[in-house]
Write a protein that binds this ligand. Structure first.
Ligand SMILES: *[C@@H]1O[C@H](CO)[C@@H](O)[C@H](O)[C@H]1NC(C)=O
Length: 145
């Protein structure tokens, strides 16, 4: 019986497995899962001249009328803005958000040819109309040719 329960738990885990991420202060939302394309193992591989899609399942804890996506690459501790991201987060989820409701956010980042081929931490934030983090997560990334 116990074996079956463990097996069921494992299978459930695998079917809903998203990427490994670290929450960096999602104040107005609770992240339940994150999917990143070309991220089968750590670190995620961001190949130049491709678009990487990011899908976040979350629950809003508050009413959100407008929101902005802000992405940074943290290189040697220093946050550098990624500007190749569409910033209006309401184009990537169905605004306005109601409190206590589940939503899916889907956006993409273009990996530009000018980016250096290094390993870094990508910090992805979605800020609400008050500038508070609705969502914030960090993932390890390697930029490849
Ligand atoms: C990335 O997405 C942008 C915007 O949708 C599109 O214009 C561009 O062609 C895409 N680039 C690649 C390499 O798929």
């Amino acid at each position: 019986m116990l074996v079956y329960l463990l097996l069921a738990a494992l299978l459930t885990d695998f079917s809903s497995a998203g990427v490994f991420y670290k929450d960096c202060g999602s104040v107005d939302g609770t992240i339940s899962n994150i999917e990143v394309s070309s991220c089968a193992s750590e670190p995620c591989q961001f190949q130049k001249n491709t678009n990487i899609s990011v899908t976040i399942d979350f629950t809003s804890k508050t009413v959100v009328s407008s929101a902005t996506t802000v992405v940074h690459g943290i290189i040697a501790g220093i946050p550098v803005p990624f500007t190749s991201v569409q910033p209006d987060a309401c184009k990537d989820m169905s605004c306005p958000l109601a409190s206590g409701t589940k939503y899916t956010y889907k956006n993409q980042v273009a990996v530009l040819p000018i980016y250096p081929t290094i390993q870094l931490v990508v910090q992805w934030e979605v800020k609400d109309q008050d500038g508070k983090d609705l969502l914030c997560f960090k993932i390890p990334v390697r930029i490849t040719n």
